[in-house]
Design a protein around this ligand. Sequence first.
Ligand SMILES: Nc1ncnc2c1ncn2[C@@H]1O[C@H](COP(=O)(O)OP(=O)(O)O)[C@@H](O)[C@H]1O
Ligand SMILES: [Mg+2]
Length: 242
Amino acid sequence: MALLELKNVESYYGNVQALKGVSLHVNQGEIVTLLGANGAGKSTTLRSISGLVSVTRGDILFDGQTVLNIPSEKTVSRGIAHVPEGRRIFPGLTVKENIMIGSSSRKNVSRAQLDSEVEEMFEIFPPLERLSGALGWSLSGGEQQMLAVARGLMSKPKLLLLDEPSLGLAPLIVQQLFATIRKIRERGMTILLVEQNANMALSVADRGYVLVTGELTVEGTPEQLLNNEEVRSAYLGGGNKK
Ligand SMILES: Nc1ncnc2c1ncn2[C@@H]1O[C@H](COP(=O)(O)OP(=O)(O)O)[C@@H](O)[C@H]1O
Ligand SMILES: [Mg+2]
């Protein structure tokens, strides 16, 4: 059974249909990537899963149960962590405080337990340790992205939704970030990764889908997608852009 399954999901902003029947699944332990150009509906897909956008038609099953149109706080406590586009860390709070906030959906967790989990985040994201007391605003883009992912992991999710983590980061930083994404997967996390950076996303993913104006057009293994003419020309710079 898939951990996450979208069945013909349709979502709107007012009268504008952003998703036109999206069906995809993510199995336990997989990294699945959702590729697509700006405006294709990638973020809307993640927002539909985490309850931030209401779904008009179709169904979303998580762990075998529908999570359709339940509020986003409830999807977090069911085990879905959404790391949004643009990171949205709290600029006036310290790194440690930002990390701790990620645990707010959990009940009855001791301070000692939280402290040990923060230490675990420092193991996964070593650059954050020496920044523990630094304020959010003072971090570089790459550090902010690590912090946003660490905060997401503090909800102890079964599924991590990552929205364009590489956006605006220098190539070397992107490489480091994707190394941490691999590390998180090795610890057993299941990840749905939205990216415009197809090369990087396909380097870590088990499978991928391509979204074009609210509809999935291609799906397959990284190898299949890398060899697909449409994918190459549109997303990998391997031909004439449409
Ligand atoms: N808050 C919003 N209000 C109205 N339209 C929106 C809103 N957010 C996104 N859209 C539209 O929905 C479509 C999909 O957007 P989005 O999911 O953000 O795409 P992507 O993440 O792939 O860049 C686009 O046409 C976009 O203009
Ligand atoms: Mg987006």
